[in-house]
Design a protein around this ligand. Sequence first.
Ligand code: M6R
Length: 617
Amino acid sequence: MCGIVGYVGKQNAVSIILEGLKRLEYRGYDSAGVCVQQGRRLDVAKKAGRVENLAKVAAKHRFTATTGIGHTRWATHGGVTDANAHPHVSSDGKFALIHNGVIENYAQMKTFLAGKGFAFQSETDTEVLCNLIAYHYAKEPARAKGRNRFLESVRKTLRHVEGTYGIAVLCTDFPGEIVGARKASPLILGVGDGEYILASDASALVSRTQNVVYLKDGELAHLTPKGFSLSTLDQADVSPVVDRITWSIADSELGSHAHFMEKEIFEQPAALENAMRGRFSADGSTAQFGGLNISAGEFREMERFMFCACGTAWHACLVTEHLIERFARVPVEVDYASEFRYRNSPLDPRTLFFVMSQSGETIDTLAALREAKRKGYRVMAVNNVVGSSIAREADGGIYQHAGPEVGVASTKAFTSQLLIGAMIALYVARMRDMSFSDGVEYVNALKGAPDLVRQMLKQAPRIKAIAKRYAHYHDMLFLGRLSLFPLALEGALKLKEISYLHAEGYPAAEMKHGPIALISEKCPSVFFAPKGEIFSKIVSSMQEIKARKGPIIAIATAGAELPPGLADDVILMPECHEAVLPIIASIPVQLLSYYIALERGCDVDKPRNLAKSVTVE
Ligand code: M6R
């Protein structure tokens, strides 16, 4: 949540910062602001609303400075107002600060600082942090002898802080310098040609450089026009490791699409191909993963798997659970990361722990990973963003290689997680009882998934027409069974988050135990009705809805014999392997929710109250 950018170089800082903020807007869009340093002066422009509002305000200032910081906010402490927008300036006017995270002990520090005469203009925890830096700077100039006083006062302040932060700070006494630091909120440093850019993630700087340093928790970066240095909260110097980003700015451009969500839905065949590349054995009967850092023998010894994630990634874990238990016959537990971290659940020592996260920065998932490691478990990560906190802290993992996902609603990252989950199930199954020929059949089915997704995507115009007919409802149910029960949850989540339409996901047979009371001609149901052993049971559930006048959209396998007239609308899926079915079934629900949201005039890429990457608790 919240996106931050800091620039030190020779170019106009504001235009580079604004471009970066536009790319980080998916992290929050309640307000935006910039502060530039012109000599010993700090000039601030900030505004509630989107970055485009800020751009209009900033244009009037005609800023020309070459050092500055900028922020796009997802509100935590304090409402969505101009005053609460970042950057915040200390009451002595010496420091400006942008922040992503939550300062948990801010109230106590605010009382302390107010007692020392500091005044506050906002309700934010960030302004407290900024004033605390000013306090330490004024109080202890002598202690910083031989060291940079600006850097030392930030360091000193952060030692008193409880909570999470990614920050960038300017100081009037140090023109052309920025101090940045992170704890549990992401921060990376782009090393360009005579310029340095701090940012929450690579999308904000990849147009200027692909060379980046990933800051670790508890590290500070000191940027000057001549170079940069890294150090820890304990004043130890850190040797920077410069990594290269493998994707370019074109990958995060909208191109000919109306929205990132649309673009990412249509990128799914390619994302699936990328997730599979090089990951099947030479004999084509099982999966192989390069980065697990655990031998096949050790993997074989595991008697249980535990998966933790949030939101859509949690739904992908539920599907993975189904596939591992079905094909490998190994017990799997799935928990919300936010629950696991506080639940202290007893785990078997021979449990292999997995976390799934597109961003790799979701704070609850990161905390679950740390908790599992603290308890002595080996933790694997399924993650899309290379170099993310989760990727770096996990003992091993599998990158999704889905490319940047910008739309707040996860689509291509979800199906690539489903695919990797299916590959994990195959890998475990082939170590146990799955035969060579069943393995080959499974691998071939996975290889065929991108083409089946292409077929599903061709139905977009028809699904758009169906969406038009359902966009005016206020409630909707999504019903599925077995591996498609998590898809029912995912369909409901997708619809809620981007169209603000109330939706619930349920196992189809559970309807009778309560939710059926909701059914009337005003509440449509989306049923997953794949061919298979329980098809007839699903048809019975549909009959029960129909008997109560509930409109029905069926997402059914082509050739499945739905009684005529039972469903008001039918979307057909090609017949496919069980491991591929959830991937194929994802496409209609993604398209349905996308087109319903468009029809309702919603901002699909930036739904209200949400942010792409949830880096606060
Ligand atoms: O980056 P992560 O996969 O850890 O994100 C987890 C959830 O915040 C995310 O999937 C969220 O539920 C999406 N907005 C759903 O579309």
